[in-house]
Design a protein. Structure first.
Ligand SMILES: Nc1nc2c(ncn2[C@@H]2O[C@H](COP(=O)(O)OP(=O)(O)OP(=O)(O)O)[C@@H](O)[C@H]2O)c(=O)[nH]1
Ligand code: SF4
Ligand SMILES: [Mg+2]
Lengths: 604, 380
């Protein structure tokens, strides 16, 4: 490994809105600096998780070291590719804390979008040097001048500073490398001070145990030395250390400013806390670094094993996942209808979907998911403050002094021609307009305060359809506000199904109630008796549908050859029924528990 | 005592050839490949030879496909071969499934000569539109002519009718039943059209080109059939089977009451020594295997005593007179109530099953939704 002095190190991350080409540009940098040979190269090289490749998006930030020679100096460039999706903004903020600079990528056709703004502002808050870059200039639809102007206008970055590249063709990459070296300051820090390193990520390797990702802030760490993780005050020996080049490459030491990994025979990821500080044992230890703000869970849902027996299998699977993904949390809960399971908190709906997919792929547990909801606050008449993670916990309306919901500030960016449609969309969801900003004569940003619940369910989809795909949004929690909310209960044959209760605005209650019972009617198969599906607020029924009794279900032919086939078919149906949840004598299929997501907007 | 291990007294032979492959059919069938008949007859002879010595049987059943589709010479060879291996016993029932258009004197002569004493006619309907929808090539005149010919040779006739054909009304069905009763066969099988995976209609339903009738109409048609036939003197003795007194299908009763039976031909299923086996459903594979001296069996399964008992419970309950509980215990070693458990109690309470000290049977309400009961009585 070339010995590097810290004035030749540059640490930066690539930030952008989803799909603006971060990972593709990382490919070009890997290629240009020879980190990955042409033969090894594949598109979005750093997106190596199966789910990332399947979905074509980055989910987890990835660090990689590049070497670049210029004017006789060999520079070490530590690049972190970050995800663009709003749900994974947390990954971006962790990466920012390890860098002195950020490359802000903007798609020359799409222009400045919601995540562009959010990520750029976050980088500025971290006082990083920002290198703005226009990408996809190879496309004929590229609006180079307009978008440069948007960058200048919105983010107060100078137009002359904006570089132009194509991550597809590689045009502009050499000039980009020059700019990164010239504009991003080298890391500060004292190589001789006691070791102080930031743990910014970790993963588990079946053979080596925990692999801890660190950025050295001060001092040096060497192979064989003892280290201490300050938070747990646990001491380990460094068995291996190295850098990602892009695969793990061992070396003898990591010194100030460098980014790399430590392998210390840590048997479980539970012992590694993201945001922790690595130092040395004893009284020489450096002070702990500020660490990270814990990630904010925006959405909660219940996850239950459809077979009650599998509770502990599910718990193990969740534990394993949460270790690799500390932004997701879970606590055991129980429901009358669903038995024992877990209330899980996620960064957003995409995050929820991904966790669920991973659970199913990696653990083979068949899951029942309840509809996602946000956390509410209730001030009771007795003056108690309750945090409601699930609708069942809402007390009787007589005991409620004030019902509060989380409100987010949403930035919506779109071409000006769609402003009217987007405003209607926000007003329908009880949004309060904060301001309008024009990024350029043709693009505008609307800022609204909206209930989080309205935002997570479908605002993004609706925005896309109102703006023909051109609108983007980003949101940030700003606090809780009182609202006229009610809990709606769903009764199946007169029995309340706790897992189907949901919270909504009183004005929407009738519409939502009707939509949900209608949807449930479609999900519940006919039984041998009639089934009433009702929606109620307290004791008042507001909607009702009936699943008629089964009228005919009989196989005509059953001769010699049919016997085995029929027996197997019926036995299989029995297994299928076991996987449904029985409420009274009614079998409710798993996906019915998501029926409450039906907003009934179609029949408004 | 245990029926599962007695020497079979019934045998089934599958003849897979048809003139045309009907859209609703997912049986083991091969159309327009009459060139394979001779190889089939050779293969069947080889498979039959595995019996080693002739057997006494009370029933022999030739199903299909369309056994009557064979030429008189081929029929002669087939029936002759069967008579070498099977010796009639008791009140021997020898059934052949036939297509009306094949019922010509020359074939019927061969049938009578070899002792066929029961003809099961796949008429399906007497109405031209319905027959067209079912892709059947006969119409009422051919049917009536066929019946006349059959009766000249074989006295015992069974007729199959289908209801619930897309486009059919309750009135159509009533007319079909009236014609049927006027013709007065000894035995009637009534089938609600089922469109199963593997048939061409299945794809058309999925693409919304074909619309199934709604449950309510099908239920009404089924109940109309039961009532109409009962008042015409037919006994309803199994979900879809009706007979004039003394004319129940003895062969099928063997299936439903847990008796053993031999089987030959592609796709044929046997139940011998507690084992259920099914031959390969592909005619070509069947031929290749048998010709190469290999076993044609594609699937087989040894039934545990409890599974055998559960299966028996379900299939015997499909018989209208139900289960004699004492007899069931004696023959299977299991008590009906132990196998049925709480589900059985529930179904009795809901009025779907009728439970008396001696018997357990479906009620009329239970009958029409009976498929929803069976999963509760089986285990995987
Ligand atoms: N024509 C053209 N296409 C590009 C360019 N850069 C990226 N793309 C395409 O844009 C799409 C998104 O690229 P990615 O590199 O996955 O984008 P990303 O910013 O990493 O996306 P996330 O990590 O999910 O936020 C891919 O289809 C790329 O092939 C470019 O310079 N020109
Ligand atoms: S329904 Fe009968 S005639 Fe038609 S293909 Fe099937 S077996 Fe052959
Ligand atoms: Mg990416």
């Amino acid at each position: 490994m070339p010995s590097v002095d810290s004035s030749l190190i540059r640490n930066f991350c690539i930030i952008a809105h989803v799909d603006h080409g971060k990972s593709t540009l990382a490919d070009r940098l890997l290629e240009h600096t020879g980190a990955v040979s042409q033969r090894e190269m594949k598109a979005q090289f750093l997106d190596d998780m199966e789910l990332e490749r399947a979905r074509g998006i980055t989910i987890k930030a990835r660090a990689v070291v590049l070497y670049h020679e210029r004017n006789g100096n060999l520079y070490e460039l530590n690049l972190i590719d970050t995800p663009g999706h709003v749900d994974f903004h947390y990954e971006v903020s962790r990466s920012l804390a390890c860098c002195e600079g950020a490359m802000l990528l903007v798609d020359a056709c799409q222009g400045v979008e919601a995540q562009t703004v959010a990520n750029a502002l976050a980088a500025m808050e971290h006082e990083l040097a920002i290198v703005p870059v226009l990408n996809k200039i190879d496309l004929i639809q590229a609006r180079i001048d307009d978008v440069t102007q948007e960058i200048e206008h919105t983010l107060a970055l100078e137009a002359e500073q904006v570089l132009r590249v194509s991550a597809k063709t590689g045009v502009g990459v050499p000039a980009l490398l020059d700019a990164l070296i010239d504009r991003i300051p080298p890391p500060q820090g004292d190589p001789d001070a006691p070791l102080q390193a930031m743990v910014f990520d970790a993963h588990y390797d079946d053979y080596r145990g925990a692999v801890t990702y660190v950025r050295i802030m001060n001092g040096t760490v060497r192979k064989g030395q003892k280290i201490r993780l300050l938070r747990g005050a646990t001491t380990y020996e460094v068995l291996e250390l190295g850098q990602f080049a892009p695969h793990r490459r061992a070396c003898q030491e990591l010194t100030v400013g460098q980014v790399g990994y430590l392998i210390c025979n840590i048997k479980s990821l539970e012992n590694v806390h993201i945001g922790d500080t690595v130092s040395v044992p004893g009284d020489q230890a450096a002070p702990p670094l500020p660490g990270y703000k814990p990630p904010q869970r925006m959405v909660y849902c219940g996850l239950y094993p459809s077979d009650g027996q599998e509770f502990s299998v599910l718990r193990d699977a969740l534990t394993k996942l949460s270790i690799n993904d500390p932004s997701f949390e879970f606590t055991p809960e129980s429901s009358e209808a669903l038995g024992f399971g877990f209330r899980c908190g996620f960064l957003g709906l995409l995050h929820m979907e991904i966790i669920q997919q991973r659970l199913e792929q990696e653990s083979d547990v068949d899951l029942v998911q309840t509809a996602p909801n946000v956390t509410y606050e209730i001030l009771t008449k007795k003056g108690e403050m309750l945090h409601i993670h699930r609708p069942q916990e809402v007390p009787d309306s007589g005991d409620i002094e004030e019902f509060r919901q989380p409100v987010v500030r949403v930035n919506l960016l779109q071409p000006t021609e769609y402003i009217g449609g987007v405003m209607t969309l926000c007003q329908d969801r009880r949004g309060i307009q904060v301001r309008t900003e024009y990024l350029s004569p043709t693009r505008a940003m609307l800022v609204y305060d909206l209930p989080l619940a309205e935002v997570i369910y479908d605002l993004h989809d609706k925005l896309k359809s109102v703006t023909r795909g051109y609108g983007t949004m980003n949101y940030e929690l700003i606090g809780y506000e009182p609202a006229d909310l009610v809990r709606l209960d769903i009764l199946v044959n007169g029995k309340r199904v706790d897992a189907l209760s949901f919270i909504c605005h009183r004005i929407d209650a009738d519409r939502r109630g009707r939509a949900v019972v209608k949807k449930l009617k479609g999900e519940i198969e006919r039984h041998m008796f009639e089934i009433a599906v009702q929606a109620a607020i307290g004791a008042r029924i507001i909607a009702r549908e009936t699943v008629p009794a089964m009228r005919k279900n009989v196989t005509a032919k059953c001769y010699g050859g049919d016997i085995t086939r029929k027996r197997k078919l019926w036995a299989k149906q029995r297994e299928g029924k076991k996987r449904m949840k029985s409420i009274g004598s009614v079998d409710i299929p798993q996906k019915a528990f998501l029926a409450v997501l039906d907003t009934g907007e179609g029949n408004k | 005592m245990n029926r599962r291990f007695e020497t079979p007294r019934a045998a089934y032979v599958h003849v897979p050839f048809c003139r045309h492959h009907c859209g609703y059919c997912n049986f083991t069938v091969i159309a327009r490949r009459d060139d394979l008949v001779d190889r089939y007859l050779q293969a069947l002879a080889i498979e039959l030879a595995s019996l080693a010595r002739p057997r006494e049987v009370e029933s022999l059943y030739l199903g299909g496909g369309t056994p009557s589709h064979l030429s008189p010479a081929q029929l002669c060879e087939l029936l002759g071969r069967l008579r070498e291996w099977f010796v009639p016993a008791g009140s021997f029932e020898f059934t052949l499934e036939a297509n009306p258009v094949d019922m010509l004197p020359d074939r019927l002569g061969v049938m009578r000569e070899f002792g066929i004493n029961r003809i099961s006619l796949g008429i399906q309907s007497f109405l031209p539109d319905k027959l067209a929808a079912l892709e059947r090539d006969h119409r009422q005149p051919e049917i009536l002519r066929a019946l006349e010919h059959v009766r000249g040779h074989v006295g015992n006739v069974s007729i199959d009718l289908i209801f619930g054909v897309p486009g059919e009304t309750e009135d159509c069905w009533r007319r079909d039943l009236e014609t049927l009763i006027a013709v007065r066969p000894q035995h009637v099988s009534i089938y609600g059209l089922t469109i199963e995976r593997g048939s061409r209609f299945f794809g058309r339903v999925r693409k919304n080109q074909l619309k199934r009738l709604d449950d309510e109409t099908e239920r009404a048609m089924y109940l109309t059939a039961i009532d109409t036939l009962a008042s015409a003197g037919y006994e309803h003795y199994e979900v879809s089977n009706f007979a004039l007194p003394g004319f129940r299908s003895r062969h099928n009763e063997a299936y439903w009451t847990g008796r053993t039976y031999e089987a030959f031909g592609p796709g044929a299923s046997r139940f011998v020594a507690g084992r259920r086996e099914t031959n390969h459903r592909s005619v070509v594979t069947y031929l290749r295997r048998v010709m190469a001296g290999e076993s044609p069996v594609a699937e087989s399964e040894q039934l545990e005593p409890e599974d055998a008992a559960r299966e028996r419970l379900v299939f015997a309950l499909r018989r209208i007179e139900g289960i004699d509980k004492q007899e069931f215990l004696a023959e299977t070693g299991f008590r009906v109530h132990d196998l049925g458990g709480p589900a059985l109690e529930r179904f009795v309470a809901w009025g779907l099953l009728e439970d008396t000290p001696q018997t357990l049977r479906l009620t009329r309400d239970g009958l029409v939704v009976s498929d929803a009961l069976w999963p509760e009585f089986l285990r995987q």
